[in-house]
Design a protein around this ligand. Structure first.
Ligand SMILES: [Zn+2]
Length: 114
C-alpha cells in the first residue's frame, strides 16, 4: 500500500469519528500505525511529517488527553463539542499530510521526466 492511500484511509477514519459513526482505537485501528507502529514507529508518514515519533507534534495529543481527562472511556469517540474540535483538527492534519505527500510525489514525477 502506498503512503498516500494509507493517509487517505486515515482521513476517512477521522471523518467517521467526526460523523459519530466510529470511535478511535488508537494504534489498533490507525491505518498507518497498523503498518508502521510495531514497537518503534518507524517510517510512518505522520512521523516523517512531524519529525517526531508516536504522533507527537500532531493534534493527536490534544484529542488523547481530552478523552482521558474529561471522558475516560476505553472507546475514544465524539462525546462533546471539544471532542469534535480535536477530531476535526486531526482530520485536517491527515489531509495536510496527504497534500504534502501528493506534492512530494508530483515533484518526484517531475524529476523523472527531465
Ligand atoms: Zn469531549
Amino acid at each position: 500500500m502506498n503512503k498516500i492511500k494509507i493517509m487517505e484511509a486515515s482521513v476517512r477514519k477521522w471523518e467517521r469519528i467526526i460523523a459519530g459513526k466510529s470511535s478511535d482505537g488508537g494504534v489498533i485501528d490507525c491505518p498507518p500505525c497498523r503498518i508502521y507502529y510495531m514497537l518503534f514507529c518507524i517510517g510512518c508518514p505522520i512521523a516523517e511529517y512531524t519529525g517526531k515519533k508516536f504522533c507527537r507534534g500532531s493534534p493527536y495529543g490534544g484529542w488523547y488527553w481530552h478523552q482521558n481527562d474529561d471522558h475516560g472511556y476505553l472507546r475514544k469517540k465524539v462525546f462533546c463539542p471539544e471532542c469534535l474540535e480535536h477530531a476535526t483538527a486531526m482530520r485536517d492534519f491527515m489531509i495536510e499530510i496527504v497534500e504534502h505527500l501528493k506534492a512530494k510525489k508530483a515533484e518526484k514525477d517531475e524529476d523523472k521526466r527531465q
